[in-house]
Design a binder for this molecule. Structure first.
Ligand code: PHE
Length: 450
């Protein structure tokens, strides 16, 4: 490993950085919203199955490619190829992932901007700044532009500092705090009227809807989004893992933490929706469908915090502050994907590359802000429901079909000499070769045909 590339300094540091990438708005904004609009518990069951059976093996594929390549996504994918067409394919998948990461950041920064403004709102309230409070709490062009820009600048500031002092240092600080505050809020919500009904909607599945093609494709997209797959992010994070580490357990930790936090966020948000509805906030229409999907969390949670009285102001502040931080540990991974490519491919300085690419992404973000009604949903669908699963599938094809099995095994055995004999490694190469691509393709075909 060349010293200039950077490397995670410890196992804990990697887990926190990769889990930091995985845990973000997808867990606390995306997952509960998707669950609520896709039939509650049935979605949860589909999600859990797809996350462990398809997304985790696909995550392993990306981490292995990355650690083997010790380079940006395009070069790492190229390294396992030997024929000309394979090299072109590697470029397509690696570069496609990089573009996908940039596009995700462009809408992610908007939602994270909402989180930032929701963090400042309680401060405005406490200090009696009524005008500022109204401005912070309402959707407006000026608010969205300012906070989107602020969030992108924060992301740039961290990424320009590199792996160990930027990504790792920040990622490992605040995850425990986020969990603590989630649990505290769940306990409070459970004491409120309506919570039990919400809990039932979340935990008691109606199995008849589980094979609904729309539900399945949404759950797959959500699982890939949540584990940051198909965006070359996990390839690049994999490339910063030391050869001494055991990849299987690292990947398993990241998946478990990610799924656990999404599940816990559901325990908070879904019952909170029912509590808010019982308190007179309009969450569902008369037919029982969700009224405002994208901004759901921003209606439900503030209503909850208000119901807590004075304490709610502090809890609201702490919650949204931690959410902004969780969003930041994800957004830095999205920016790292194109930046590491630009630095290695065009020999740019990290600082220049970060500002250049961050600036470009900000322009795309502003375009979306100006056309929120038409572009926001479109970019989300394009990246998370289509591009991520398909690019993730391609990574499985690289590992299963293009890379030589013996070379793959050699890479895996670094840091885990007994790997060759373990059950996981005996099954996984076949699994990634046949089961993952076919299952992902089936979920797609199913939703296209329905
Ligand atoms: N996994 C992140 C989340 O759940 C989002 C993400 C997607 C991060 C793609 C990096 C790449 O919020």
């Amino acid at each position: 490993m060349s010293a200039s590339r950077g490397e995670f300094s410890s196992r804990f540091g990697f887990i926190m950085a990769a889990a930091g990438s995985a845990v973000g708005l997808g867990n606390i904004w995306g997952f509960p919203t998707q669950t609520a609009s896709n039939g509650g518990a049935a979605f949860l069951v589909a999600y859990l199955i797809l996350a462990f059976c398809l997304a985790y093996p696909a995550l392993m594929a990306e981490l292995v490619i990355g650690r083997h390549g010790q380079a940006n996504a395009v070069s790492a994918l190229r390294k396992v190829t030997n024929q000309a067409w394979q090299k072109k394919f590697a470029f397509l998948v690696g570069f496609g992932g990089i573009i996908c990461a940039g596009l995700i950041l462009s809408f992610y920064a908007i939602v994270a901007g909402w989180m930032l403004s929701a963090t400042l709102e309680p401060i405005a309230q406490l200090t009696g700044q009524v005008q500022a409070q109204t401005w912070l709490s309402e959707q407006s062009l000026s608010r969205n532009i300012i906070f989107t820009a602020a969030f992108i600048i924060l992301t740039i500031a961290i990424i320009s500092k590199g792996v160990e002092n930027g990504i790792e240092k920040w990622s490992k600080r605040l995850m425990p705090a986020l969990l603590g505050i989630l649990f505290m809020l769940i306990i409070y919500v459970m004491t409120q009227e309506g919570a039990v009904e919400g809990l039932k909607a979340y935990l008691v599945p109606d199995f008849s809807s589980i094979l609904n093609p729309e539900l399945l494709v949404n759950a797959l997209g959500q699982a890939f989004f949540s584990l940051s797959l198909g965006t070359s992010v996990m390839i690049i994070y994999g490339s910063y893992i030391s050869k001494k580490e055991n990849l299987v357990s690292l990947g398993a930790y990241v998946t478990l933490i990610d799924v656990f936090i999404a599940f816990v966020a559901g325990l908070l948000i879904i019952p909170a929706m029912y509590v808010a509805q019982a308190q007179g906030v309009q969450i569902f229409s008369a037919e029982g469908t969700l009224l405002s999907e994208d901004t759901l969390v921003f209606q439900v949670l503030p209503a909850l915090f208000t119901s807590m009285g004075y304490v709610g102001i502090f809890v609201g502040f702490a919650f949204f502050a931690l959410m902004s931080i969780a969003a930041l540990t994800s957004s830095i991974s999205m920016l790292e994907a194109p930046v590491s490519y630009a630095v290695e491919r065009f020999a740019l300085k990290r600082l220049q590359a970060t500002w250049l690419i961050g600036g470009l992404i900000a322009l795309v973000s502003f375009t979306i802000v100006f056309n929120l009604g038409s572009l926001f949903g479109f970019v989300i669908t394009l990246t998370t429901k289509i591009a991520q699963p398909l690019l993730g599938l391609m990574c499985c094809i690289f590992v299963g079909w293009i890379w030589h099995r013996s070379a793959l095994l050699k890479e895996i055995q670094q840091g885990c000499p007994e790997a060759g004999n373990s059950f996981f490694w005996k099954v996984w190469p076949w699994y990634i070769k046949f089961v993952c691509p076919i299952a992902i393709a089936l979920v797609f075909a199913n939703s296209l045909l329905s």
